[in-house]
Design a protein around this ligand. Structure first.
Ligand code: NAG
Ligand code: NAG
Ligand code: NAG
Ligand code: NAG
Ligand code: NAG
Ligand code: NAG
Ligand code: NAG
Length: 463
């Protein structure tokens, strides 16, 4: 609808003025591209549906960790039982690796490696807990707890809980106490180098560091997953996607101490639908470009999200000195409540104890579309586009964005960022219009009635 309107409006402009023709057509192409930006979910149909084991118990081979000596009392070490059960489940076709309901299974850092036989189901109904003492953690797995790799066509489900028992790790973080050394902690659940994976209805909580990493994988669908950790737990990202493609996250509720979702290098075709975030640091692309590295993220769609009391809303963060690009991102139907930085692009991100050097190289950010984003901000700068002078952000499009502050006026900050807005854009994003180019900003009244005077000038200020 908006696009049709814009097209006809631009048509009138062309007739009226016959100017800026190329710019107008470029913008139409761009809009069309961004509107049509969608992530294929076809792989679902391609991979044969994996039935839930409960509906087909008969044809499934049940591999219950209890049969391998797991106790599930929260105290006994059940690691060996899990390792042995995994070995059998992995090599047996149509098997179900079962962590039964009611148990609390204490399990050390463990690698669950594939490849496995066909149609493996990992049925987690009970709770898996990590030993809580960082000093006794297996030094061979400093960054992982439950690490699944090289799997194909596997379903994780069962409504159970994965609990990282992270509180001692958090206290030992340099973010909590500057006299602590800065070192990484384990990720609760990792799915690495895998494909055609589904993760349904699990709860992942109190991770030592990140909750759930999807790495080097293709075709991963995560639905109904909950992540929960205190808002002040350090670096406890909810779902972190790296070097992965065709990932769909839907109906996920994430409350944690860092990004609810973070999407980093070499990731493409990432779709997030119906995401609840808060507390947390928002839904992020990046960080990218740390230590002069290359970061590339393309084709990301977020549709329907609610962010409550987070430090950021929709964020793209890159370090100075990086290279690569973020291109083709669409955020739509997002509602914010008391968010510190609702819309932010930060090419000067710096999360190191010492100040970051100014550098000319940067990760190039372009084609970022914000559509139907509304709610309340805690800071006056409701929108921030802080971009590099040498590698400006370009083609930032805003449509029906309406951000308010309870007591006070809101504004948009721009440095070296270009783009345009149409429909309601509040606060005004006029600062995206550069002097040598003409961009369109149309307000609500004009939408109802395009008058002669409104056609006089191409650049309009909203409201
Ligand atoms: C689990 O970790 C504890 C503490 O380091 C260790 O004593 C125990 O042997 C480990 N269990 C297995 C099965 O390796
Ligand atoms: C930080 O750690 C140091 C050394 O372990 C300790 O003496 C100090 O009390 C800690 N500070 C806080 C605020 O916990
Ligand atoms: C980013 O991904 C590319 C492609 O996979 C890889 O070559 C590069 O090393 C990655 N960069 C970082 C910082 O990991
Ligand atoms: C990144 O590049 C800059 C400029 O070439 C250099 O000064 C800096 O030391 C490099 N940083 C790292 C971490 O390699
Ligand atoms: C705008 O987004 C909100 C929040 O997700 C949603 O409830 C509403 O239906 C959307 N409006 C339109 C016109 O799509
Ligand atoms: C980097 O540049 C900014 C803006 O020009 C300036 O305020 C800041 O002091 C510089 N930082 C360093 C470490 O040189
Ligand atoms: C950044 O990317 C845009 C879009 O692809 C391109 O037009 C622009 O030249 C790039 N900027 C730099 C400094 O490479």
């Amino acid at each position: 609808m908006d696009k049709l309107f814009l097209l006809s409006f631009l048509g009138l402009l062309l007739v009226a003025h016959g100017v800026a023709g190329n710019m107008v057509f470029d913008n139409i192409d761009l809009l069309e591209e961004l509107e049509n930006l969608d992530i294929e979910e076809e792989y679902e149909a391609e991979t044969s549906p994996i039935p839930s084991w409960t509906s087909e118990r008969g044809s499934k081979v049940l591999v219950n960790v209890d049969s391998f000596g797991a106790v599930g009392d929260g105290v006994s070490d059940d690691t060996q039982a899990f390792v042995e059960a995994w070995a059998i489940a992995c090599k047996t076709p149509q098997s179900v690796f079962l962590v039964p309901l009611g148990g609390r299974y204490l399990v050390n850092a463990t690698k669950f490696n594939g490849p496995c036989s066909d149609k493996l189901v990992i049925q987690i109904e009970g709770t898996i807990i990590a030993p809580d003492e960082p000093k006794k953690w297996d030094p061979k797995s400093p960054r992982t707890w439950l690490d699944f790799s090289k799997l194909n066509g596997v379903l994780f489900q069962g409504g159970g809980v994965i609990d990282g028992s992270g509180s001692k790790w958090w206290a030992a973080s340099c973010k909590k106490n500057k006299s602590n050394p800065c070192k990484g902690a384990p990720t609760a659940l990792t799915i690495d180098s895998s494909s055609a994976i589904k993760v349904k209805g699990l709860t992942i909580q109190n991770a030592q560091q990140m909750h759930f990493i999807i790495a080097r994988s293709d075709s991963v669908r995560v639905s109904g997953v909950q992540v929960s950790a205190p808002g002040d737990s350090p670096n406890t990202d909810g779902i972190h996607i790296t070097e992965s493609t065709n990932v769909v996250l839907e109906n996920c509720k994430i409350g944690t101490g860092d990004d609810c979702v973070s999407i980093v290098n070499a990731s493409s075709a990432i779709k997030m639908k119906t995401i609840y975030c808060g507390p947390g640091h928002g839904i992020s692309i990046g960080s990218l470009g740390k230590d002069n590295s290359t970061g590339i993220v393309t084709k990301v769609v977020l549709d329907t999200a609610f962010l409550k009391e987070t430090t950021n809303g929709l964020r793209i963060k890159t370090w100075q000195g990086g290279s690569g690009y973020v291109r083709g991102v669409r955020y739509q139907n997002v509602r914010m409540q008391d968010v510190e930085n609702p819309i932010i692009i930060d090419q000067f991100y710096c999360d190191s104890p010492s100040a970051c050097q100014n550098q000319t190289s940067a990760v190039n950010i372009s084609q970022i579309f914000y559509k139907n984003v509304s709610g309340t901000t805690r800071s006056a700068k409701a929108m921030k586009f802080a971009c590099s002078d040498t590698v400006p952000c370009s083609k930032i499009v805003l449509s029906n964005v309406d951000l308010e502050m309870k007591d006070g006026t809101v504004e948009t900050y721009c440095n070296s960022a270009t783009g345009f807005g149409y429909g309601i854009v509040h606060p005004s994003a006029e600062c995206l219009s550069s002097d040598d180019k003409e961009y369109i900003i149309i307000n609500k009244e004009e939408k109802a009635e395009v008058t002669e005077t409104s056609r006089e000038k191409i650049v309009h200020t909203e409201l």
